[in-house]
Design a protein around this ligand. Structure first.
Ligand SMILES: NC(=O)c1ccc[n+]([C@@H]2O[C@H](COP(=O)([O-])OP(=O)(O)OC[C@H]3O[C@@H](n4cnc5c(N)ncnc54)[C@H](OP(=O)(O)O)[C@@H]3O)[C@@H](O)[C@H]2O)c1
Length: 267
């Protein structure tokens, strides 16, 4: 079965033609993995970019995420059909629960089986979650069964390494997808990352992508700039030493960028 490419194109904040152009550029550069979500309101433009690229569907890995307001029985499956229609595909490769339902007011036991139903209906090849805590991951595994959860997509960058959640997922064979790998651009300003980048005659962006790759963590940086997309896509040109990897590990300060009022109680 087709695996998720290590590097994907993120599309949060990209609206209308910005989404169309950025995804078109990303596909031209070589990206074959695209991350969107119902709440980004850009699935239609992501779908246009995919369609006009002419790239064979089987060569693409497309992820979308169900918004928490569509987790109820009457909305869940219809919302996926709407996503597929906008994306202009028969199925996605990965379907995620974007956020656990706020306050657990709709329980995991209630809505997670609908993910499995979506897979059984052929609407997605893989299923997973996003922004799930360790406790929620454990419960999700009990509900869905071992080996069912493909990934937990979480905030992860040098300043927020989310180590406990990573460990809990790794112990269960659940993949990690790092969102906001560049801390929305802050990694470019960091002295340590710039020093390591200078030593390799490259950029902090490539350093971070190489660091994540070494950890076996998939990631989905976003860019609207074709030069940045090219730079990000060719991160494999550099190889970091153990000392450099350690210095990046030391940058964790545990401060989150994404912490909305409906977030779960973080680990
Ligand atoms: N599951 C969730 O709840 C969740 C939450 C947030 C995000 N996400 C996903 O994660 C993706 C990535 O997060 P993000 O887009 O917020 O932040 P990000 O990828 O950490 O950072 C994006 C920023 O980095 C800049 N950038 C990218 N490549 C660069 C390079 N090579 N050199 C210099 N600057 C560069 C971009 O500017 P330019 O456009 O100028 O290149 C943009 O301002 C999202 O798009 C979304 O798909 C998921």
């Amino acid at each position: 079965m087709k695996e998720m490419p290590q590097l994907g194109m993120g599309t949060f904040r990209l609206k209308d033609d910005a989404a169309l152009n950025a995804v078109t550029d990303a596909l031209a550069v070589g990206f074959r993995h695209v991350d969107t979500a119902q709440i980004y309101q850009n699935e239609e433009f992501v779908g246009d970019a995919i369609k006009t690229s002419g790239i064979d569907r089987s060569d693409l890995f497309i992820t979308t995420k169900v918004w928490y307001e569509s987790l109820s029985e009457d909305k869940f499956i219809p919302s996926i059909h709407e996503s597929l229609s906008k994306l202009k595909v028969e199925h996605v490769d990965l379907l995620l629960i974007h956020w656990p339902y706020p306050g657990d007011d709709i329980s995991l036991e209630d809505y997670l089986p609908r993910l499995k139903q979506a897979k059984e209906l052929g609407l997605t090849r893989h299923i997973g979650v996003s922004n799930f805590t360790i406790d929620q991951i454990k419960r999700a595994e009990e509900i869905l069964g071992k080996g069912e959860i493909y990934t937990n997509q979480i905030e992860l960058h040098p300043f927020m390494q989310n180590r406990q959640v990573v460990k809990a997922c790794e112990e269960r064979g659940i993949g990690i997808t790092a969102y906001m790998p560049f801390a929305v651009g802050d990694v470019m300003k960091d002295d340590t990352l710039n020093a390591i980048a200078d030593a390799h005659n490259t950029s902090p962006a490539q350093v971070v992508l190489s660091w994540l790759d070494k950890k076996g963590i998939n990631t989905i940086p976003s860019s609207t700039n074709k030069k940045h997309l090219e730079e990000n896509f060719s991160y494999t040109d550099i190889s970091l030493s153990d000392d450099e990897l350690y210095r990046i590990d030391e940058l964790d300060n545990g401060v989150r960028i994404v912490d909305p009022d409906f977030a779960p109680k973080w680990d």
